[in-house]
Design a protein around this ligand. Structure first.
Ligand code: SF4
Ligand code: SF4
Length: 174
């Protein structure tokens, strides 16, 4: 009897499923979906490393690009990726939609492509670093900003040699 009452009650109740058009407002503490700035990204992988649910992944097109992928369905909105990104290439935007009615799943997955560039010294394809990062890490001038990591290392070593070897030679000559 009780079961019959439940069945009848369910049949007479209006549907409870909410469509995308009448979704409830997100709570004020919702941090939001990620936005990614490929121009600031160094493809260091820190964001993927700190993301426990593995919502961030990378794919590579060797010699051409590194792609950053984000799947909101696996994101817990902890914000760790944005906090730990050394170049602030990731931001959380609270006004980003948290769901979609697109059958293709648009909006659930983000892809951001970091294009590799040829080194201006040796031609090797590498991830270009933002100017501010080049200055902070290497203190390099305009000409060296297009260098790959190997050429930056060599240029730094040449500078050290130019600065210290004459001093050492002067000591030996005494
Ligand atoms: S988004 Fe930030 S943490 Fe992630 S790979 Fe790019 S620079 Fe590194
Ligand atoms: S907010 Fe947290 S769970 Fe979401 S992608 Fe970033 S680190 Fe991963």
């Amino acid at each position: 009897m009780a079961m019959l009452k439940t069945i009848l009650g369910n049949l007479l109740r209006p549907p409870r499923t909410r469509g995308p058009a009448d979704m409830p407002d997100v709570p004020p503490v919702y941090r939001g979906a990620l936005a990614h700035d490929a121009a600031r990204c160094t493809a260091c992988g820190t964001c993927a490393f700190v993301c426990a649910p593995k919502a961030i992944t990378f794919t590579q097109d060797p010699g051409v690009s590194v792609s950053w992928h984000f799947f909101i369905g696996q994101c817990s909105f902890c914000g760790l990726c944005a906090q730990n990104c050394p170049t602030q290439a990731i931001g959380l935007q609270a006004d980003a939609p948290g769901a979609t009615n697109s059958a293709a799943g648009d909006g659930l997955r983000l892809e951001s492509v970091v294009r590799l560039q040829p080194c201006t010294r040796c031609g090797a394809a590498h991830v270009p670093l933002p100017d501010a990062v080049m200055e902070a890490l290497w203190g390099v001038g305009e000409a060296e900003r297009g260098y790959c990591p190997e050429c930056r290392r060599r240029a730094a070593s040449e500078k050290l040699r130019a600065a210290f070897v004459p001093v050492q030679e002067a000591h030996h000559d005494r």
